[in-house]
Design a protein around this ligand. Structure first.
Ligand SMILES: Nc1nc2c(ncn2[C@@H]2O[C@H](COP(=O)(O)OP(=O)(O)OP(=O)(O)O)[C@@H](O)[C@H]2O)c(=O)[nH]1
Ligand SMILES: [Mg+2]
Length: 300
């Protein structure tokens, strides 16, 4: 493992090689990774989560947001979770195109992460990596996840401000209610508002929010056209406003608690071979006297 001060120094110069290596070490939980993490002193850099259905324009939005921050001379880290489903095989390549302006920029570090294959789960890996970014001299951290399954929704809830990106299409409202996106959104973005029906959709959404949340907690709604960089200033304003509102401590304590629980679970999972669990389960569960507790206990 490299020292965090070496990593930080390199990041300052726009050299992300040490950072990239360290991320791989943490992802693979190599010897020394725990000690390294335990010595980190993170700055209070807010984490912005961006989630929403596939193709809603999350990466295009991030691409536009980065340009604002780079112009302010800030350093930006983007962690993009690739769900690695057959439907998303082009995701990493797609992101390289969508965020093309920034892949080689010295102020911007973009990393795609596979959703599967992390010891102890994606949540704890994500927590480690965002803390690393907070310790490495970045001013802004963005986490992009596809809001399809519950696990993706959970990752977004690790963020300080969660932005849910929707598009004006019929049926999405119902879908959103079901998928749990409503609960985690601090800000809703109606992207692709160049499309017909954008205004109607936005009005529906606002109405739904009013019916489902108390005024105090109501998430803001911002309309954007990410491809034209329209609405980005309004979005960033809403993010700032949300950041200011979360310092009441209660929500933060709850988040901190959830993170600690994730880490404990991850440490307990350390050394458990998930593939072996799966394989053995397939064999054992077919037997007539199968008992789930007995089976699980064999891995404790
Ligand atoms: N018309 C229109 N198209 C847009 C807008 N924003 C993004 N797009 C297009 O929508 C497509 C998907 O954009 P992405 O940014 O890759 O969407 P994403 O949500 O990151 O997609 P995944 O990461 O695959 O889930 C691209 O072809 C974009 O050019 C917009 O505001 N208007
Ligand atoms: Mg994307």
């Amino acid at each position: 493992m490299h020292s965090i001060s070496d990593i930080k120094q390199a990041v300052t110069k726009g050299d992300f090689l040490l950072l990239a290596k360290t991320i791989s070490f943490i992802e693979n939980n190599v010897a020394g990774a725990n000690t390294f993490l335990a010595a980190l002193v993170p700055e209070t850099v807010p984490i912005m989560g961006i989630t929403g259905p596939p193709g809603a324009g999350k990466s295009t939005l991030i691409n536009a947001i980065i340009s604002t921050w780079v112009n302010e001379n800030k350093k930006v880290a983007v962690l993009s979770v690739d769900p690695s489903s057959p439907f998303h095989q082009g995701a990493i390549l797609g992101d390289r195109i969508r965020m093309k302006d920034w892949y080689l920029h010295p102020q911007v570090y973009i990393r795609s992460l596979a959703a599967r294959g992390h010891l102890g789960g994606l949540n704890s890996a994500m927590l480690s990596l965002t803390t690393l970014m907070q310790s490495a001299g970045f001013d802004y951290i963005v986490v992009e996840t596809v809001g399809v399954g519950q696990s993706e929704v959970e990752i977004a809830s690790l963020a300080d401000t969660t932005v849910v990106v929707l598009v004006p299409e019929a049926g999405d409202e119902v879908q959103m209610m079901k998928s749990g996106l409503m609960e985690i959104a601090n800000i809703f973005v109606v992207n692709k508002s160049d499309r017909p029906n954008a205004q109607i959709f936005t009005n529906h959404l606002k109405q739904m929010i009013a019916e489902n949340t108390s005024n105090q907690l109501a998430p803001a709604v911002v309309t954007t056209i990410a491809t034209e960089r329209e609405g980005i200033a309004e979005l960033l304003k809403a993010v700032d406003a949300h950041q200011l509102s979360i310092h009441d401590g209660l929500q933060q304590k709850e988040m901190l608690f959830n993170k600690v629980v994730q880490l404990i679970i991850a440490s307990k999972m350390n050394g458990v071979d998930i593939e072996k669990v799966k394989l053995n389960l397939a064999l054992e569960s077919a037997k007539p006297n199968f008992n789930i507790f007995k089976f699980a206990q064999s891995f404790y």
